[in-house]
Design a protein around this ligand. Structure first.
Ligand code: FEO
Length: 171
């Protein structure tokens, strides 16, 4: 069992992961409208991964005998001034998600919920990767800022990103 405090916090993070999916899908739509289908593909894959992060919370809450409570997902931003601004937003958002996960870990420790702390370590590791990917993309988009050829090549590179579902043991 998880206690009510932990149950509420886990449900909030479930919602936050769906919000991330919404945000990245909104960014994908922005790129589609700006004729960058490769960039859009990158964000669509990211949105699918965020849904997996949400479902992992969903599965865990149920496994622990607690109640899943789905709530309204806030509408994300729909317009950005540039490709660069989108990528800066991605990094800022992932840093924010890292802070949410860290707060959850702190709470699990405070509540002496060692199983949940252990479960959350998957997200702690995932956030290292998420921030690393965001920094890498941001650096590339900075290089492409005033160079159409680099932007063209980057769009092709982002088009190759493929969605891989979580392994069953990680779901
Ligand atoms: Fe679910 Fe992008 O972290």
């Amino acid at each position: 069992m998880v206690n009510e405090i932990m149950e509420k916090a886990l449900n909030e993070q479930l919602n936050a992961e769906f919000y991330s999916a919404y945000l990245y899908l909104s960014m994908a739509a922005y790129f589609k409208n700006n004729n960058l289908p490769g960039f859009a593909n990158y964000m669509e894959v990211q949105a699918k991964e965020e849904q997996d992060h949400a479902i992992k919370f969903y599965n865990y809450i149920i496994r622990r005998g607690a109640k899943v409570t789905l709530t309204t997902i806030e509408g994300p931003k729909t317009e950005w001034d540039s490709n660069l601004e989108v990528m800066e937003h991605v990094l800022k958002h992932e840093q924010y998600v890292t802070s949410l996960i860290n707060d959850l870990v702190d709470l699990a420790i405070e509540q002496k919920d060692h199983a949940t702390n252990n479960f959350l370590q998957w997200y702690v590791n995932e956030q290292v990767e998420e921030e690393e990917n965001a920094m890498d993309c941001l650096a590339k988009v900075r290089l492409a800022k005033d160079n159409p050829q680099v932007l063209y090549d980057l769009n092709n590179e982002f088009a190759t990103r493929v969605y891989t579902p979580l392994a069953p043991e990680d779901q």
